[in-house]
Design a protein around this ligand. Structure first.
Ligand code: SAH
Length: 358
């Protein structure tokens, strides 16, 4: 058991059971011992791998997409390129390198990183060192702190880390699932005594997840894009339409673990509800495109051509890695279908590249 377990137990003793969202928020981002605060969880030695860590092609293609998007915005200078939850900073470093294909875009870019973890901020600073003084990033703890203006916003595997609440349909209506201390010294799920939300009809035992912080963030993105121009790309795993089900999961050392077992020691994520995010952004004045499967999106952006160009310049061992990376990113049995890409845009802009016909 971790120190965070003690802290959560004390909170429950004082205030009663916590919502799952409060539990998840503490476990992931509490300043003393939150999962993301204390470690770099990515890669072979960590708990999981993400697309930008699989291959430089991912960030490079998003960099080229950003350049085309910027041109469609009328080439504003400066343009904020904002990344939410940049992890090791790999995607932004690859994006900035690729952006030099369009020098006027490269000159206009002001990178802004929204990151809550001091450990990962340090990793990002190191990754972006090579980007040079013109692309020195500014860090923020929330999107609301990023200066207003035309922007391109990228979020890869950010929304799945935002805390979710869960509601369960009982014979007496919808009850919230709460976290309580159990006598054995661990945590267990209990139900709120009163109905706390009015949700639609569903069979008894159904679970409905809601991500209030995700929906608020999508609304804030929508307002910003509608007022100042720009496009956002949200890449994550999840469902296209709002659906019932408990998707909260814990991953530790590349394996699933019990969700409530060791707060601060395991990564907690939930499927992203793309329909809810798109709705929130549309209500705020933006347009939504997709979501399209990640594999389709990357192929539309030229993943196959980029792979071929890298293969031509590679030795035998590198060739194997490059081919494996393309497979991992785009194949339907790997990340190609599970991960989806949603675009949000200012209403006066054309359909973003990769979303034609979506
Ligand atoms: N985009 C990266 C990392 C994904 S992990 C990649 O694809 O590799 C989630 C990232 O979001 C981490 O950098 C984590 O520290 C950050 N994060 C999680 N919750 C956050 C919050 N509430 N505010 C800001 N950053 C957060």
């Amino acid at each position: 058991m971790t120190d965070l377990s003690d802290l959560i137990r004390q909170r429950i003793a004082e205030d009663g059971p916590l919502s799952l969202a409060d539990f998840m928020g503490i476990a992931l981002t509490h300043a003393d011992g939150g999962y993301y605060i204390t470690r770099d969880p990515f890669g072979v030695a960590g708990d999981f791998t993400t697309a930008p860590e699989v291959s430089q092609m991912f960030g490079e293609l998003i960099g080229l997409w950003s350049a085309v998007t910027w041109q469609s915005m009328g080439g504003p200078d400066p343009v904020r390129v904002v990344e939410l939850g940049p992890g090791r900073g790999t995607l932004m470093a690859d994006l900035l390198r690729a952006a030099h294909a369009v020098p006027a875009f490269a000159r206009a870019i002001r990178p802004h990183l929204v990151e809550i973890s001091p450990t990962l901020r340090a990793a990002q600073e190191q990754a972006l060192g090579a980007a040079g003084p013109d692309h020195a990033p500014t860090w923020h703890t929330a999107l609301g702190e990023v200066p207003l203006g035309p922007s391109i916003i990228i979020a890869n595997e950010f929304f799945d880390a935002l805390p979710v609440r869960q509601f369960e349909r009982t014979e007496e209506g919808w009850r919230e699932r709460l976290v309580d201390s159990d006598p054995a010294g661990g945590f267990c799920v209990t139900l709120s005594r009163k109905e706390v939300a009015r949700l639609g009809p569903a069979p008894e035992g159904s679970v409905q997840e809601i991500c209030p912080e995700g929906n608020e963030t999508a609304a804030a993105i929508g307002r910003r894009l509608a007022a100042f121009g720009g496009v956002a790309l949200i890449i994550d795993y999840g469902h296209e339409e709002t659906a019932l089900g408990d998707t909260l999961q814990a991953v530790r050392d590349h394996a699933f673990a019990p969700v409530l077992e060791a707060p601060g020691e395991a990564d907690l994520t939930a499927h992203v509800d793309f329909e809810a995010l798109a709705n929130a952004a549309q209500v705020a004045g933006a347009r939504a495109y997709g979501p399209v499967p990640q594999g389709h999106f990357l192929m539309a952006l030229g993943l196959a051509e980029r792979t071929r160009a890298l293969l031509d310049a590679a030795d035998a061992r590198q060739r194997e890695d490059i081919a494996a990376a393309q497979h991992r990113l785009a194949h339907p049995d790997e990340m190609g279908l599970l991960f989806k890409v949603l675009a949000l845009g200012a209403p006066d802009l054309p359909t973003p590249a990769g979303f034609e016909g979506a």
